[in-house]
Structure formats: structure tokens, C-alpha cells
Design a protein around this ligand. Structure first.
Ligand code: ADE
Length: 300
């Protein structure tokens, strides 16, 4: 009954619903593609595609490497919806705006939410290119006043004070490990995701701090997971480690240029281009595992 939903959600839902064929008017799963992982959408068949700029209530993603389109279609015999490019808090969108699409997906019937992202590796046992199943998160957005659920509670979606004890669904995580094994992927890790607002990357001191509380660090996913959990979705998050995070102390003022040179000190760098490049290289693997995961889910 659409009359129970707030107008902005209804407008968006109707806009999409009217343009979809019957077999896509309800979906089982929603997928969000992270940086460099847009090709995930290429496996989807019988697609209907929308530009974010045309969808009422959607923001427009502005980051290079994040295209902005919403793809409905069939993946492994399942109707799905896929965000190719997501919204980030650092673009200036509120946490509510960033996670708006998640509730739309719930209205379309999606029970399962697959969130992918590119992230920096903090855990020394990780390597660039590893896939990490998110077991839990620490969201600096959520405890610094940018929780997406701040504001009037939309009780049609969920309760005022939602528990966050099982945000990343155990059963889905288990099925994902099965999917990865069936794809002969052997570098699967599991860890805690630290969510920052960005856009600046972490300092070495921040990185050392984060490494005591988590395994990967990124600028997305937690808002969508929070909203997905609120409206009763089963969430799974996957990080692709696109760079290992530098945790070395910065230069000491006690050291002369000669001492520094003698240590072969190299100024650390990290770039968005690197993040996108690793994403693109590894997208194929993740694509295959997500497809297999969808197939396994269909049978369970
Ligand atoms: N996304 C990819 N790498 C990252 C890093 N090192 N920190 C935050 N977000 C990232």
C-alpha cells in the first residue's frame, strides 16, 4: 500500500515501476558497485537502465570511476537491481541522500543487499587485490552525527532504535564463501570495515589507530548497510583491497636530511587512479563470485 510511504519514496518508486516490464517489477536482490567495480553489472541480462539524473530523489554521482546508472535485470535467473556508481558523503550529499536508493530497493521487494567497495588494507595479513567479507563495521559517520537514520523515523521502513548486532548477515557470508570456493578463489578474507567520511585519505597516525579496531578502511558502505538493516534487509558487504595503508610514522623533526636519506626514506603515496586500476583488474573475479553467489542463494 503505497499511501503509507513518504511522498519522495513513492515518486521515485512509481517513476521506475511504470517503466519496468512485469518480470522486473519486483526484485530479489540489490547490488551496489564500488569504485572500479562497475563491470559487475555486465553479467546482468534483459536489462532496463536509468540514469541517476532522471530518477526523482536520486543524487548524481560526481566521482571519476563511478558512473551513475541504475540497472534492473536478470542475474543467474534472479531479478536484481544494481547501482552502477554510488553516492558518497564526501560529495556533499547527506547520509540520508546517500542511502535513499536502499529503501527504494526494499520497496521493490529486495531482501538481500550486496554492497561492494574498494578499500585500503589495514590488516598486515592482507594484500592488494584480496577480497574481504565484511563481518562488522565501525562507522565514523554513524557516531559523529551523520547517521543516515537521524531525523524523523519513517516507521513504515523500520523502528526508531534499530539494533546493529547482525547487520552483516552470517548466512549470506557463509554462502559467499561457498561461492568463492566454487570460483576457485582462495584469497578470501573476513574483517571489520572502518568507514570514514573522506575525501582525504587517512594519515599514518589515523591508520595506526584504525588498525587497532579494524581490517579495511573506506569511504562508503556503512550508511547503506545501516539503512538496509533498519528496513529488514539481509546485508552482505565485500571489500576489494586496492592498496595497503601506510602506517609508518611521518618524518621526525629530530632527524637531519642526511639521516633521513640514509634510511632510504620514501614518501608514501596513494592515488584514486591506483584504487580504480586495482578495482578494474579484480572486478572480473568479484563479478564471477557475485554471480555464483546469486545462483547459490536462489537454491537456498
Ligand atoms: N578507498 C580505497 N583505499 C582507501 C583508503 N586507503 N582509505 C580510505 N578509503 C579508501
Amino acid at each position: 500500500d503505497l499511501s503509507k510511504f513518504p511522498d519522495n519514496y513513492v515518486n521515485c518508486y512509481k517513476y521506475l515501476y511504470d517503466k519496468l516490464p512485469n518480470e522486473l517489477k519486483s526484485v530479489k536482490m540489490a547490488i551496489v558497485c564500488g569504485s572500479g567495480l562497475n563491470n559487475l553489472a555486465d553479467k546482468i541480462k534483459n536489462t532496463v537502465t536509468f540514469d541517476y539524473k532522471d530518477i526523482p530523489g536520486f543524487a548524481v554521482s560526481t566521482v571519476a570511476g563511478h558512473r551513475g546508472k541504475l540497472v534492473f535485470g536478470i542475474l543467474a535467473n534472479s531479478p536484481v537491481v544494481c547501482m552502477v556508481g554510488r553516492f558518497h558523503f564526501y560529495e556533499g550529499h547527506s547520509a540520508q541522500k546517500v542511502s535513499f536508493p536502499i529503501r527504494i530497493f526494499r520497496m521493490f521487494g529486495a531482501k538481500v543487499l550486496v554492497l561492494t567497495n574498494a578499500a585500503g588494507g589495514l590488516n598486515p595479513n592482507y594484500n592488494t587485490g584480496d577480497l574481504v567479507i565484511i563481518r562488522d563495521h565501525v562507522s565514523f559517520l554513524n557516531f559523529t552525527g551523520s547517521n543516515p537514520l537521524i531525523g524523523q523515523n519513517e516507521s513504515i521502513f523500520g523502528e526508531r532504535f534499530p539494533p546493529m548486532l547482525n547487520v552483516y548477515n552470517h548466512h549470506l557470508r557463509y554462502l559467499f564463501t561457498q561461492a568463492a570456493a566454487q570460483c576457485n578463489y582462495t584469497n578470501l578474507k573476513e574483517g571489520t570495515y572502518i568507514c570514514l567520511s573522506g575525501p582525504s585519505y587517512e594519515t599514518p597516525a589515523e591508520a595506526r589507530f584504525f588498525s587497532t579496531i579494524g581490517d579495511v578502511v573506506g569511504m562508503s558502505t556503512a550508511p547503506e548497510a545501516t539503512v538496509g538493516n533498519h528496513c529488514g534487509m539481509q546485508v552482505i558487504g565485500i571489500s576489494l583491497v586496492t592498496n595497503m595503508v601506510n602506517q609508518k610514522p611521518t618524518l621526525s623533526s629530530f632527524k637531519s636530511p642526511e639521516e633521513i636519506a640514509a634510511q632510504n626514506y620514501e614518501a608514501p603515496t596513494i592515488s584514486h587512479a591506483e584504487v580504480i586500476e586495482v578495482g578494474n583488474q579484480k572486478a572480473k573475479i568479484l563479478e564471477g563470485i557475485v554471480e555464483k553467489f546469486t545462483e547459490i542463494l536462489e537454491q537456498n
